[in-house]
Design a protein around this ligand. Structure first.
Ligand SMILES: NC(=O)c1ccc[n+]([C@@H]2O[C@H](COP(=O)([O-])OP(=O)(O)OC[C@H]3O[C@@H](n4cnc5c(N)ncnc54)[C@H](OP(=O)(O)O)[C@@H]3O)[C@@H](O)[C@H]2O)c1
Length: 158
């Protein structure tokens, strides 16, 4: 963080972003440096919504950027009933429904694909809107005990 502060103070960068910061990390950052990051990039998808982080970030004006927005393909997100039903209702793919859910929740998304057709599909998510009931149905896919995480806990990574 020291280097980022030096760059900002030298006018070489305007904003500071962080990745994989959970609430205790954000609290410590603000307390020790007074920096409120512009963005926090965290694992976030329907089975792992990290509501404590998103609420804290929202209250402090920090944008959430969801990595693994499609769950990295590590669980059957696309076959989950609320996702599949919304996809049928809107004539969209399950991936588009999940990305639309992110956008309507206020998340920044950057899904990864090595296939051009999927890249184009993942960009085509601005012409429809999920209903409140559809959003609520997808919200309910989080088991709320952290078990929906598909990658390592940030405290367990060097
Ligand atoms: N900050 C961090 O610690 C951190 C950690 C992990 C990842 N990231 C970043 O997060 C970004 C995206 O996350 P991610 O790659 O981990 O996971 P993701 O975007 O949730 O999932 C990628 C997987 O979904 C598949 N996929 C993408 N679009 C699809 C579609 N329309 N239909 C069906 N399958 C689709 C991809 O397969 P195909 O490629 O075969 O299409 C790939 O297997 C990456 O750029 C990565 O660098 C950051």
């Amino acid at each position: 963080m020291g280097e980022a502060l030096e760059l900002r103070d030298a006018g070489l960068t305007r904003s500071i972003g962080v990745s994989n910061f959970l609430v205790p990390h954000l609290e410590r950052l603000v307390a020790e440096t007074s920096v409120v990051p512009a963005v926090d990039q965290i694992e976030l998808h329907p089975a792992h919504q990290q509501r404590d982080v998103t609420e804290w970030a929202g209250a402090h004006g920090i944008r959430i950027e969801a990595w693994g927005p499609l769950g990295q393909g590590k669980y059957d997100l696309f076959g989950a009933e609320p996702v599949a039903t919304a996809a049928s209702a809107h004539g969209k793919t399950p991936a588009q429904v999940v990305l639309r859910w992110h956008l309507q929740k206020g998340n920044i998304v950057f899904p990864k694909s090595v296939h051009r057709a999927r890249l184009e599909e993942n960009l085509d998510v601005f012409g429809f809107e999920l209903t409140d009931a559809e959003l609520t149905g997808i919200d309910a896919l989080d088991p709320s005990d952290g078990s929906g995480r598909v990658s390592a806990h940030p405290d367990e990574v060097n």
